[in-house]
Write a protein that binds this ligand. Structure first.
Ligand SMILES: Cc1cc2nc3c(=O)[nH]c(=O)nc-3n(C[C@H](O)[C@H](O)[C@H](O)COP(=O)(O)OP(=O)(O)OC[C@H]3O[C@@H](n4cnc5c(N)ncnc54)[C@H](O)[C@@H]3O)c2cc1C
Length: 424
């Protein structure tokens, strides 16, 4: 008789307490409720979480509803959240017109702008786990599981380990796909006063959008929360100096009438996808699995997908199928992350209102690399074919209704909105 996969999960570890680790721990806790199992949530309190990550997709609203014990409006208030209906692009593409990439259905579907640290706290409330504050030194695959070596708690064996330790120290081509067609690698963050007026009771109901403002050195996100507005200048430190970015940031804020702001942090980030997101015992999730700059806020939704796929397959399929499922799950996840990456990189392909060093580099040098960076023999999946087909389809004037159901990471409707907005 086949053994249900869930029977093989008696001891699970989640390493990391950033957004990805917090979602994973809450998910495991909820899925295995009523089962006799151990969940260890391991993190090193000396290593801070990234903490930015304030834009989400609509799937998070339902997901938080399922994972927490609060009604939706209370969740939004807890997160200092606003309702995000899409991304408003300013100065992008060659049509010289601002446009919105809406979640679909337009003006109905929304995600949250949220305070990432508060989401972690909220999820902790509904997670039943043993907390271990220690540095993980090594994770090793062993038969039917993995061993985690801790700095001062010895070595523990687990049936499944979620590795949510954040960015890899180094991007190596044997382990990672380097998505070098994305032209940015640094974010400068500032916190400004709130622009959304909050209701006395209940959640803020205004329709809000993440603004993505093209600037000479890259672009700036503007994310309105109920307690502050977050601004982030995304640029390439190999092309623009922090001093030049700083000065253009000042200029932008001045033009917006924002005089009062706090300089928060400068974050360097890699754009990459791990080739082996899931191996049957170790699941890399969040920034440990993949990252691409935050233009379409793809990180939280990617973590949701990684966690959901691994748990679905691991719990609902017979344990005997594990080895053969691993390959399919990994390929699906890599393919999906790469589709997101191609979608984000494509936003730069038509330039912007600025004819600067950065935009020439982004459009003429970085983006054309997608053909080699995503070539099937390099990435072992067919994201490039799906992407090329999607671009061909959106450029047709007469579209077969069957195409409306197509997806390449994002749905046809998202590609269509960007195609029309950018004027490619
Ligand atoms: C500028 C910028 C803007 C972003 N905007 C968005 C956005 O709008 N929307 C979105 O979805 N995402 C956004 N992101 C992505 C966002 O950062 C991630 O969703 C989020 O940070 C997930 O991070 P994480 O949980 O994987 O890792 P982290 O937040 O880095 O957490 C890592 C955790 O691992 C622990 N840890 C690390 N090493 C060890 C060790 N050896 N032993 C034990 N514990 C360890 C740390 O203590 C920490 O708890 C943005 C990212 C950047 C850089």
């Amino acid at each position: 008789m086949l053994i249900p996969g869930v029977e093989s999960l008696n001891k699970v570890a989640v390493i990391g307490r950033g957004t990805a680790g917090s979602i994973a721990a809450a998910n495991v806790s909820s899925l295995l409720k009523g089962k006799d199992f151990e969940l260890h949530h391991i993190y090193d309190s000396r290593i801070p979480i990234i903490g930015v990550g304030e834009g989400s997709w609509p799937s998070l609203v339902q997901h938080l509803d399922d994972l927490t014990n609060y009604p939706e409006g209370d969740v939004q208030r807890y997160l200092n959240g606003t309702r995000k209906y899409g991304v408003a692009f300013e100065g992008w593409g060659q049509r010289n017109q601002d446009f919105i990439h809406y979640f679909l259905p337009k003006r109905e579907s929304y995600g949250y702008h949220l305070a990432a640290d508060l989401m972690g706290e909220l999820l902790q409330e509904s997670t039943h786990s043993k907390h271990i504050d220690s540095r993980v030194l090594r994770i090793t695959r062993v038969e039917n599981g993995a061993e985690v070596e801790l700095e001062d708690h010895g070595t523990q064996r687990y049936d499944l380990v979620f590795d949510a330790r954040g960015f890899p120290k180094e991007v190596k081509s044997e382990q990672h796909i380097n998505i070098s067609f994305i032209p940015t690698n640094t974010a400068m963050i500032r916190r400004c006063p709130a622009v959304i007026s909050t209701a006395q009771t209940g959640p803020a109901l205004q329709h809000t959008y993440t603004r993505a403002i093209a600037r000479p050195h890259g672009w700036v996100f503007v994310i309105p929360l109920t307690v502050h507005t977050s601004y982030g200048y995304i640029f390439n430190r190999d092309i623009s100096s922090p001093a030049d970015v700083e000065s253009d940031f000042d200029k932008l804020l001045e033009s917006e009438g924002v005089t009062d702001f706090e300089k928060r942090t400068v974050i360097q980030f890699p754009n990459f996808i791990h080739r082996n997101i899931y191996d049957g015992a170790i699941a890399r999730i969040g920034n440990a699995a993949a990252f691409m700059e935050p233009l379409e806020a793809t990180a939280i939704v990617s973590a949701q997908l990684q966690i959901g796929m691994v748990l679905q397959f691991r719990c609902n399929r017979p344990h005997e199928y594990l080895e053969r499922d691993v390959k399919a799950v990994n390929r699906f996840l890599v393919n999906n992350m790469l589709c997101y990456g191609l979608f984000v990189g494509w936003h730069y392909s038509c330039g912007s209102v600025f004819e600067s060093d950065f935009w020439r580099y982004a459009r003429d040098r970085a983006w054309p690399r997608y053909l080699t960076a995503a070539a099937p023999d390099v990435v072992d999946c067919d994201a490039l074919r799906k992407f090329d087909e999607m671009i061909e389809i959106v450029s047709r004037s007469d579209n077969d209704p069957a195409n409306l159901n197509r997806k390449c990471g994002l749905p046809f409707g998202s590609y269509m909105q960007m195609y029309q907005g950018l004027g490619c």
